[in-house]
Design a protein around this ligand. Structure first.
Ligand code: PLP
Length: 385
């Protein structure tokens, strides 16, 4: 049947992460491969979904999402990120941040348009471009530069066909928070080349050492050209609920809504009610979760730097470490296979996030400190053997 598959469907590479997940799920293996919080969604959020079902709220909602939720999202963007948007016309509730990314691409891109994407970066950016017939143009993030984009390098990649740039801070897989000056540089570049900016901010509450993530759309002149993507998966440990959102100019939201209407119709009602409760209740859960992640971040950085051949800079956000492994003399996949076989520790080869991820592995520290300690010890022993 393969010859019936569309060119775009065939262009999407199989997820490199899935193969590692399968290997890492064998008994006795500690998996540090997974990209989701190990916490369970707080009970008050779960209760809200149950209450919604018990009230018989089993119908479609507005395509954009429940108005009360969109207004709560707008209020949260204003309060937390300093971004003023109108909840009635500038917000759409989506199936996770992933669908917000897909709608953003589908609303803006024509076949052949070029999209600047971070390399290494979340694999979905590359695959979505291919699905839409757009051309991904990876811009490098190098450890030598703290995994921040180098403005001259990005500029050199822009051609007259460039239409969009994707920015992700705090970033997956690097864990880095792009400094405000670099974001301002990217804003000037977007203006100069008339690019639409997709700012993926799904990790924005998970930032350490008292730092704060900058919401890209709040930079001068950026509000109308930016599609802000965010969600509930990481902030509220709600990955399985599949709920996120985008905020953008009303014309862009309308276009996204028309695509959403014919594909999803609306996010499940009880899920939206859970998301609403998440925003309206005490945010202490996030604070506590981030404190715990910060302690784990400190621990994992120290453990990784003790392993001969690894060099790890302290991540500023998200829950990933992205050590440089070139000192081991092994490639990314080779090292992951070695760690699986010898240390029974699963992590993700850096090159699944783009060619510039080669020479690194991604380690998720969304696991308890005891588990991280044990994994670190196993890795150290594997190398000293
Ligand atoms: N953006 C980035 C950078 C991510 O790492 C992820 C998930 O891993 C997402 C977006 C999408 O998350 P969700 O669709 O669960 O909101």
């Amino acid at each position: 049947m393969e010859h019936y598959l569309s060119r775009n469907a065939q262009a999407i590479p199989p997820s490199g992460i899935r193969r590692i997940f399968d290997l890492a799920s064998q008994p006795g293996v500690i998996s540090l491969a997974i990209g989701e919080p190990d916490f369970t969604t707080p009970s008050h959020i779960r209760e809200a979904a149950k209450e919604s079902l018990d009230r018989g709220e089993t119908h479609y909602t507005a395509n954009l999402g429940i108005l009360e939720l969109r207004r709560a999202i707008a209020a949260k963007l204003a309060r937390v990120s300093g971004l003023e948007v109108d909840g009635d016309s500038q917000v759409i509730v989506t199936i996770g941040g992933v669908q917000a990314l897909q709608l953003a691409g589908a609303a803006i891109l024509n076949p052949g348009d070029e999209v600047l994407i971070p390399d290494p970066g979340f694999m979905v950016y590359n695959s979505l471009c291919l699905l839409l017939g757009a051309v991904p143009v990876p811009y490098p993030l190098r450890i030598e530069n703290g995994f921040y984009p180098d403005m001259a390098e990005v500029e050199a990649l822009v051609t007259p066909r460039a239409r969009m740039i994707v920015i992700n801070s705090p970033g997956n897989p690097t864990g880095q928070l792009i400094p405000r000056e670099s974001l301002e540089g990217l804003a000037a570049l977007a203006e100069r080349h008339d690019l639409v900016v997709v700012s993926d901010e799904v990790y924005d509450p998970i930032v350490y050492d008292g730092k704060r993530a900058t919401c890209f759309a709040t930079l001068p002149g950026m509000k109308d050209r930016t599609i802000t993507v965010n969600g509930f998966s990481k902030a509220y440990a709600m990955t399985g609920w599949r709920v996120g959102y985008a905020a953008a100019h009303p014309a862009v939201i309308q276009a996204m809504m028309r695509i959403h209407q014919i594909t999803i119709a609306c996010v499940p009602t009880m899920v939206q009610m859970g998301a609403l409760r998440a925003l309206e209740s005490d945010q202490g859960f996030i604070r506590e979760m981030v404190e715990e992640y910060q302690a784990r971040r400190d621990l994992i950085t120290e453990l990784l730097n003790r392993v001969p051949g690894l060099r790890c800079i302290k991540p500023e956000g998200a829950f990933y470490a992205f050590p440089d492994i070139r000192g081991t003399g092994m490639g990314s996949m080779e090292l992951c296979e070695f760690l699986l076989e010898t240390a029974k520790v699963g992590c993700v080869p850096g090159n699944v996030f783009g060619a510039r991820g080669e020479g690194h592995v991604r380690i998720s520290y969304a696991s308890s400190r005891e588990v991280l300690q044990e994994a670190g010890e196993r890795m150290r022993q594997a190398f000293s053997r």
